[in-house]
Design a protein around this ligand. Structure first.
Ligand code: ZN
Length: 411
């Protein structure tokens, strides 16, 4: 192994106590957005700034997005840069905000007081997304402590508002400071992954949520001839839609962990409260996730046509509405430099073979891809994001810091 990389890895092994300390300080500051009754990320960003004084980056700056809903009036996006020896830049973008703890009774410990137990640390935010903050920070710190200069410029971004849409976080940065990012940059978002760290997420499916409101005529269940039963019509509609979607949108792409488009009937609103009344209105929903090759307009067209056909045959009417839609941007190519750099780094540090893949869910990387910036989502995590008793492993922080150091070093 290269002697400088070996020094960096050995140095990172010594950071475990400091990693736990950084996690403890971050967990103690609930960075909730105003949607969750919080004051945003200001106080937590000051914790990161204090740690940056230890790192001594070549440049630290902040881009504030105005937000009158919080006392400070702004949502902070903090950036730090370390110069590199050569051309090229690597961005690691983590988010500072967290989601609320949820049902308090499900937590064994106080979500805002870090608990350490062997390799594990517990607390709201320790995985999502403090894992990214801490790993990207200590990967850079190793260069400072070893007196080495990274091969690439290292740019760390600690952004706001990821959990509630990113409009005041990465969205604001991309709109107001497009000069910060170049398509030649390696852009890493350590905010999803697998427990063995081999998933490099490069693509997402398009998302469409559809609401169907079926209207008929309510009446007594003993006299169905006097009414028009919307539950029966809705049931037929659901099976017809299911058959039609799966029969038409048949393309499969092995890039995705689930290779086909998915169409799932999910929510059904309550109708009548009693058994002996025929319902006159029913509302149900589909969650659909389609491969980016398909247009969401086509999905909506077919939904409208099929639902309408069943409604006419059943003597009811139907209204079809889209309640949420996100057309997926073009995937990051699997041979993009950021994917290849991560692939090499993961192999070098863990000996594992990573796989670039697409997922059904959405991440903030989509905002980069929309602007033609090839971003990759990767980290080594156990999937405790948003869950009660959220946890992270200190050993995974060490591993990911080494993998990021490998990328910073420019191997
Ligand atoms: Zn996250």
């Amino acid at each position: 192994m290269n002697e400088e990389l070996a020094r960096l890895y050995a140095r990172i092994d010594t950071y475990i106590e400091e990693m736990a300390a950084f996690q403890t300080e971050l967990t103690a500051v609930p960075a909730l957005g105003p949607e969750s009754g919080g004051q945003g990320e200001g106080e937590k960003v000051r914790v990161i700034e204090r740690w940056l004084e230890r790192l001594r980056p070549d440049e630290v700056f902040q881009v504030d997005a105005p937000d009158p809903r919080v006392a400070s009036g702004v949502r902070p996006n903090l950036m730090a840069r370390l110069h590199g020896r050569n051309q090229g830049r690597v961005w690691v973008l983590s988010h500072v905000d967290v989601v609320p703890p949820g049902e308090p009774g499900l937590w064994v410990t106080d979500p805002w007081v870090l608990k350490r137990e062997g390799d594990f640390v517990y607390g709201r935010g320790v995985e999502d997304n403090q894992h990214g903050i801490v790993a990207s920070f200590f990967a850079a710190q190793a260069f400072r402590d070893e007196g080495l200069v990274p091969g690439r410029e290292v740019a760390l971004a600690f952004v706001a508002d990821e959990e509630t849409g990113s409009r005041l976080g990465l969205g604001y940065l991309l709109n107001t400071r497009p000069d910060l990012f170049s398509p030649d940059d390696l852009i890493i978002v350590p905010d999803a992954g697998k427990p063995d760290g081999t998933l490099i997420e490069v693509a997402e499916k398009s998302l469409l949520w559809l609401r169907f409101t079926v209207t008929g005529k309510q009446c007594h269940a003993s006299t169905p001839d006097q009414g028009r039963n919307t539950l029966r019509a809705a049931a037929r509609m659901i099976t017809a839609l299911d058959d039609d979607f799966h029969g038409f949108f048949t393309a499969a792409d092995p890039l995705y962990t689930l290779p086909a488009s998915t169409f799932e009937p999910t929510r059904k609103e309550a109708n009548v409260p009693n058994v002996n009344t025929i319902p006159g209105e029913d509302v149900f929903y589909f969650d659909t996730r389609v491969l980016p090759a398909y247009s969401l307009a086509d999905v909506k067209d077919r939904a409208q046509r099929v639902a309408q056909g069943v409604a006419e045959a059943s003597g009811v009417t139907v209204r079809v509405e889209s309640v949420n839609e996100v057309q997926a941007p073009k995937p990051t190519p699997t041979d993009a430099p950021v994917v290849q750099a991560l692939f090499r780094a993961i192999a070098a540090v863990t000996g594992r073979t990573a796989k670039p893949q697409g997922i059904g869910g959405g991440t903030v990387a989509a905002l980069f891809r929309e602007k033609g910036l090839p971003a990759a989502v990767w980290s080594t995590i156990d999937h405790y994001a948003h869950a009660p008793n959220e946890r992270d492993r200190l050993s995974n922080l060490v591993t990911d810091a080494k993998i990021l150091a490998h990328v910073y070093w420019g191997a």
